[in-house]
Design a protein around this ligand. Sequence first.
Ligand SMILES: C[S@@+](CC[C@H](N)C(=O)[O-])C[C@H]1O[C@@H](n2cnc3c(N)ncnc32)[C@H](O)[C@@H]1O
Length: 345
Amino acid sequence: MTAPALEAVTNLRRLALAAGHAAALRAAAQLGVADALGEEPASAAELARAINAEPGTLDRLLRALSSQGVFAAQDDGYAHTPVSRLLRTDTPRSLRDMVLWATEPWTWTVWPRLADAVRTGKGGFSEVHGKDFFTFLYEDAPESAEVFNRAMTQASRLSSDAIAEALDLNGDLTVVDVAGGHGDLVATVLERDPSLRGALFDLPGVLTDVDPRLRADGELGDRCRLVAGDCRESVPIEADVFILKNVLEWDDANTVAALRNVAASARPGGRVVVVENLVDGSPETGFTTAMDLLLLLNVDGRKHLRQSLLRLVREAGLTVTDVRPVGPYLHMIDSRVPDVPGITR
Ligand SMILES: C[S@@+](CC[C@H](N)C(=O)[O-])C[C@H]1O[C@@H](n2cnc3c(N)ncnc32)[C@H](O)[C@@H]1O
């Protein structure tokens, strides 16, 4: 029997302990190591003093992270890399909250159920916790809910400009960001044209802390309504354009229900724009496929293939007019509500 190639052995061993690197990232984010490290390299002992940690164990943490390109181990200490800079809180495109969100305590409790979920096709979150994921988040893990909302905003900032540009909206239109989180995208869209009006729709717990630009005293407050509700039940806002970005990640029935509710509120010929990371054609398949599995476990949901998402958009009675990449890692599916309700052109 020939020995397996060393590369295969190394890859599999690294993947099997990938949770260790995820945990190391989380620890670094929690400890504020990236903020403590300036432009010059610093030793583990210097950094340990700054963040009040034990130098020997901090050195081990930094070695583990440096092995993955997060910080660089040099002769004169540890230095920043482009990756470790994203853990800083003062970086405009910081992803610190994204790292915390992906490694929140509840994530470590759901991963062991993956084999069962694959066997049964069900994530089982509601059965284990007695409530659905978002109810759990707001009732039982409010700090995690805050991290989630900040993480969504951080992720949105990477793409809002590109999406607003691709939407190319002008004139006397009303735009709704359905399940829009804290509203970075709708704010970016409204900023581009003073004649646009908007609404941010999300669960009540999310709208207590929206983007400052959208608050009543914010620069866009007089052009944007905040509407709380559950889009699987209704989206009671009459408008011309509805955007659903990283929202259609439930099971198929809830996804179609949300789209139908949007279509029911849209003006005839209204535009429904779905923005998603697709599993196929994504420049970051590693992230998207892992998120697909996490969505299975927390909301019985998924990240879609292009065809599976298009099928649901059409099943909701919408006419797909365009599909194209937008921003660094997303796709935009443009669709129209038929002029005559129920008739797909
Ligand atoms: C993955 S986040 C995306 C947020 C935002 N669209 C973005 O891209 O940054 C999903 C959003 O859906 C909201 N949400 C989840 N279930 C919802 C429901 N039933 N009705 C309305 N919003 C919901 C969450 O509160 C969250 O803001």
